[in-house]
Design a protein around this ligand. Sequence first.
Ligand code: CP
Length: 309
Amino acid sequence: RKDLLDIESLSRAEIEELLDQAVPFKDLFTRSVKKVPALKGKTVLNLFYEPSTRTLSSFEVAAKRLSADVTNFDVPHSSVVKGESVKDTIDTLQSMRTDYIIVRNKLSGLPGVIARETKASVINAGDGQHAHPTQALLDGFTFREVFPQTDGRRILIVGDILHSRVARSTTNLMRKIGVEVAWLGPGPLVPKHGPKGVRRFTNYEEAMAWAPDVVYLLRVQMERQDVQYFPSLREYHKLYGVTTERFKQIEDNGTYIMHPGPVNRGVELCDAVMDYSKSLINTQVENGIAARMAVLYSLKPGTSEDSAS
Ligand code: CP
């Protein structure tokens, strides 16, 4: 496989192989082994047209731990701001013979276009509302650490499902590894015709009665909202957030909490959740490095004739 563009194109076996590969990478740095020579001599380019804290730094650390040379393309100070097209930018970068290009952009499908244009391995680090496959992989890895037998476990994904690339990719991945998925959110933001078998809730209490093992809170993305459908932040917290009251129930049930970050405290969750022993939020960030090492390690930069996914 040359590129990683989405979760749809991965089989369960391929996903599990990537998750298995991440295990020794995580073990290495818990044993303070900072670097392995696997990608020595290779070059990795981070091409982020949208802001990122976790994904960008996580890919940088992952690539460096594999001994690759890393360049972070500085979009605000590049010729992109002078109007250079993405195609011309890619041609320029291609001339530099980069082995891996990690791309985040607000345009759904752009990583696929770049993958077809370049010999480098392209990894989608989030494209519009389409996909965020490495987030899904680190979520799957984190879920599997807690529940090694994933079949029949339950995850409730809460928030604006419609606009969320994280919801799309993580739903796909969880279902592929046998986890039952339900969605909860404001009616117009929970697709009526989601994947077959995904339960759909618009009421928090009904969703919790479904007894999820994990509640996965999506970030409220104000930058992508159609305000017509979105409640105020205070109302959102009351209707769909983990309030102090609901947190008590979550603690009593021993339900795990996940969130892709960045967290809007007081919106998706109350402060106390951040210190909850079954909050996996920081573990997700930590696991992102191992999952991304596994992805970089598994992809094979190739010739332009290779398939794009
Ligand atoms: N989860 C995630 O994609 O976070 P960043 O936007 O900080 O990369």
